[in-house]
Design a protein around this ligand. Structure first.
Ligand SMILES: [Fe+2]
Length: 241
């Protein structure tokens, strides 16, 4: 199944802005990799930000053309190549900033001429109000971005699971990050992850809460034992859709 060329109309609920922000879902492929990048569009000011752009420049340009917007910024959830691949060329072409958490920059050593380190202070790009949620676990500096009622969750939260954790501390952090998300977002929040393992991007959080086994754990030790369990089929990691 391919979840491609979908456009979700996402209304703001808590900003006082009564217009519509569009989320354009971009399915990006490179050999066996499949990533989801997202163009978040403000039609009042004809500008957009993109989340985790990778692999297919032509698709990004086509989406900007179709929505008649100019790229105003690049949101990175973390530093892995399949999430940052197009950040530098896009930033140069559109002369726009790249945002990544200060912790992720320190951890990864990532550098780009237009890179701006961020903390959890919200900011706006036109009508697009961005609230970063610090969610370490998959990497020490992972961020999710809450925009209106949409959460861009990178490799922290998938519809079907959560991102890999590479050691016990990472799994502890992931448990706390998931608890943080449960408190901060509402059942109606739409989840736009970096990958799909079967379910389309844009699931309601209420559905994810029911279906995702990683959201069922009540304490960090049980969560960690399961997240780091032996015998996980490594191929599953690449079972992207
Ligand atoms: Fe990753």
């Amino acid at each position: 199944m391919k979840f491609e060329n979908l456009i979700m109309n996402v209304g703001y609920t808590d900003t006082g802005y009564s217009g519509i922000v569009q989320v354009v879902i971009l399915r990006m492929t490179h050999m066996s990799m499949v990533n989801y990048s997202y163009l978040v569009v403000d039609h009042i000011n004809n500008q957009a930000v993109i989340v985790d752009p990778a692999w297919d420049m032509r698709k990004v340009e086509q989406a900007l053309e179709n929505t008649e917007t100019v790229l105003s910024g690049i949101l990175l959830t973390h530093s892995h190549l399949d999430h940052i691949h197009l950040a530098k060329p896009l930033a140069e072409k559109y002369r726009c900033p790249i945002w990544m958490s200060n912790e992720e920059i320190a951890y990864s050593g990532y550098y780009a001429p237009r890179l701006e380190g961020i903390n959890i202070t919200p900011w706006s790009v036109g009508q697009i109000q961005i609230e970063p949620l610090f969610t370490p676990g998959h990497t020490p500096g992972s961020m999710c971005y809450l925009i209106g009622n949409s959460l861009f969750s990178g490799d922290t939260l998938f519809a079907e699971g959560c991102g890999l954790c590479f050691d016990v501390q990472g799994a502890y952090n992931m448990f706390e990050s998931i608890e943080h998300l449960k408190k901060r977002i509402t059942p109606d929040t739409l989840i736009f992850p970096g990958h799909s393992y079967g379910r389309a991007p844009g699931q309601k959080f209420s559905q994810v809460l029911k279906n995702n086994i990683y959201l069922q754990f009540k304490n960090k030790n049980d969560f960690t034992a399961y997240r780091l369990r032996k015998g996980q089929n490594k191929l599953n990691f690449f079972d992207f859709q």
